[in-house]
Design a protein around this ligand. Structure first.
Ligand code: PSU
Ligand code: MN
Length: 296
């Protein structure tokens, strides 16, 4: 296997490339990437974009590498990698966006302990056996993922049950309920909720050291961006009708894109706001775990 490029930096926070390549419209991506980097730096940590460029996994893309990757992604030439196909894409010399599971794998190999994203993959609705490899990744890779729960397009209570069954710790930051991406309450609970960053981060650091497994930290979407339940059920039904042809790995990006359209951009604005907030919190956790006081 081609070797991994690992660019060390103090207090790194991983960012996945699937969110950038397949999760938001390409026009919004450069601004989002810059905003996430600024949130992480503002918290006293270093952004670390992870993906695969022409067969080489990179932990900490340079600005030029990221720009080239995003140009390829806008042209549709970037594959989507989870832990199942990551190695095959590397072997084929492909350029690939890494999902939560593949990003956790590469981050853990490079010693990155904290990772920010929007929402996890999970158990899809209906009896499809379509379950994201994001969930089992927590049992294997010692990384703290900060997310707004699981994506609302999923069966969120079933996703929460699956995490429980896999023994994955799920803790809230100022959240007693497990969020569903655009919705602050996804209809399930958390294992514990922490009200201050210092106690959250020291728990995370000790849990990872004690178990060598991952930890999921959930933070609900900022209240001003939450989508109301009636809007959500209307938009989801319309988006499911539009994306009904998508299968397998294409389901999540197709549904997210359809939602952004049918909601007149409301789901996109919520998505951008929650990822930014998660980047900020992840930066603060990294600053504490890797010793910068966490004062910000
Ligand atoms: N969070 C977002 N947007 C996204 C994703 C997460 O705000 O597009 C991506 C993540 O990379 C996650 C993936 O791992 O969607 C899940 O895809 P699937 O359901 O095919 O496993
Ligand atoms: Mn899937």
């Amino acid at each position: 296997m081609r070797s991994l490029i690992n660019r060390p930096a103090p207090r790194r926070v991983a960012l996945e490339t699937t969110l950038l390549a397949h999760g938001v419209p390409s026009a919004d991506v450069p601004g989002l990437a810059a905003d996430l980097a600024a949130e992480i730096r503002g918290a006293g940590a270093t952004p670390c974009v992870i993906g695969v460029l022409r067969g080489t996994p990179i932990v900490g893309m340079s600005d030029a590498e990221l720009a080239g990757f995003l140009a390829d992604a806008a042209g549709g030439g970037v594959a989507k990698a989870n832990t199942s196909n990551l190695g095959a894409l590397i072997a084929r010399g492909r350029t690939a966006a890494t999902t939560v599971s593949a990003t956790m794998e590469l981050a853990s190999r490079a010693g990155v302990r904290v990772f920010a994203t929007g929402g996890l993959g999970g158990v899809h609705r209906g009896a499809t056996l379509d379950v994201s490899s994001d969930l089992t990744a927590f049992t294997r890779f010692p990384v703290c993922v900060v997310a707004s729960g699981a994506k609302a397009i999923l069966d969120v209570p079933a996703t929460r049950e699956a995490l429980e069954a896999l023994g994955v710790p799920v803790v809230g930051f100022r959240a007693e309920r497990f969020p569903a991406f655009y919705l602050r309450d996804g209809g399930a609970g958390v294992d514990a909720s922490f009200d201050d960053v210092l106690s959250l981060a020291s728990y995370v650091g000790e849990e990872i050291a004690r178990t060598s497994r991952g930890v999921l930290v959930v933070q609900p979407v900022p209240p001003e961006h939450e989508i109301s339940a009636p809007d959500w059920s209307r938009w989801l039904a319309a988006a499911e009708a539009r994306a009904s042809e998508a299968r397998g790995r294409d389901v999540t990006p197709a549904l997210l894109a359809a939602l952004h359209e049918v909601s007149g951009g409301a789901t996109l604005r919520a998505n951008l706001a929650l990822v930014r907030a998660n980047a900020r919190l992840a930066g603060r956790i990294a600053a504490v775990i890797e010793g910068d006081g966490g004062s910000r």
